[in-house]
Design a protein around this ligand. Structure first.
Ligand code: PMP
Length: 286
């Protein structure tokens, strides 16, 4: 059976799920999106993802043509029709079809798309040995140009950094901000552990406020770990005892090498593994 895609209230076969080539989502990356997980048939942090989608839309003056409740219902319907119990959900809202000019006022009908599919994680072995990552030469978008807080369809900034790590055979790329501080990775937030304390860049470092990031911060506090959201430099990363990444798709992913240097003893560290375990238990409601 072909995958069914939700577009504007209709569930269409994947091959028939199409939008206009005049859609400004395609022409200009004008739109917003979310990536969510479903565990044991429940959408993880559904409300938080919808809140972030609506915040992103508001930031780009895009009105989503349904309520959060209607969107949540549409997500549940898309999961059910595709029998997805454990998987990944992509929500996309485009500006809609317009003219060839930039003017968003000349577009009509924002397109609401929901895709529920299998999840593509890093291969299992990477969670055992840890990711090898590099610092990209491409810095994160300047927050005054395009705020990284907006999860927009324009991901070229991240894609350029991703190309750098792929071309050099690495798993992810650290992106610095315009001040030279560590911001985040191309699709994940970054955390360090030093002397038993947990550090992650603050929101004003120019990062996406990851929903996994926020859960991990809470889980760490619950575990009695001191947590600091403070500016971090590449030096802090290279001299950390442990490094890990968080994201809806990646969950908690240990990092064993940064810029060709081993982190700690070159294997995933004990606090990382403990938080990864706590996260897995949390998402499955144990
Ligand atoms: N940073 C960026 C740039 C991202 O695209 C993502 C999501 N893929 C994250 C961080 C992690 O966010 P979340 O935990 O909400 O998935």
């Amino acid at each position: 059976m072909s995958l069914k895609i939700f577009i504007n209230g209709k569930l269409l076969d994947k091959d028939d799920a199409k939008i206009s080539v005049y859609d400004h989502g395609l022409l200009y990356g004008d739109g917003v999106f979310e990536g969510m997980r479903c565990y044991n048939g429940r959408v993880f942090k559904h409300r938080e993802h919808l809140d972030r989608l609506w915040m992103s839309a508001r930031a780009i003056c895009l009105e989503i043509p349904m309520t959060k409740e209607q969107m949540a219902h549409a997500v549940e319907k898309t999961l059910a029709v595709n029998s997805v119990v454990d998987g990944y959900i992509r929500l996309v809202v485009t500006r809609g079809a317009g003219t060839l000019g930039l003017n968003p006022d000349k577009t009509s009908d924002p397109q609401v798309i929901i895709i529920a599919d299998a999840i593509e994680l890093y291969p299992d072995e990477l969670y055992v040995k840890g990711l090898s990552i590099v610092t990209a030469a491409t810095i994160r978008n300047h927050p005054a140009a395009l705020s990284p807080r907006i999860k927009s369809l324009n991901y070229l900034n991240n894609i350029l950094a991703k190309i750098e790590c792929i071309r050099t055979g690495h798993d992810e790329a650290i992106m610095l901000n315009h001040k030279g501080e560590v911001a985040e990775c191309t699709g994940d937030n970054i955390f360090l552990i030093k002397a038993g304390k947990l550090y992650t860049p603050p929101l004003d470092a120019g990062i996406l406020e990851g929903i996994t990031r926020n859960v991990v911060l809470d889980l760490a506090r619950e575990a009695g770990i001191k947590v600091f959201e403070i500016p971090l430099t590449r030096h802090d990363v290279l001299t950390a005892d442990e490094v890990f990444l968080t994201g809806s798709a990646a969950e908690v992913a240990p990092v064993s090498e940064v810029d060709h240097r081993a982190i700690g003893n070159g294997r995933p560290g004990p606090i990382t593994l403990d938080l990864k375990d706590r996260f897995h238990k949390y998402v499955r409601g144990e």
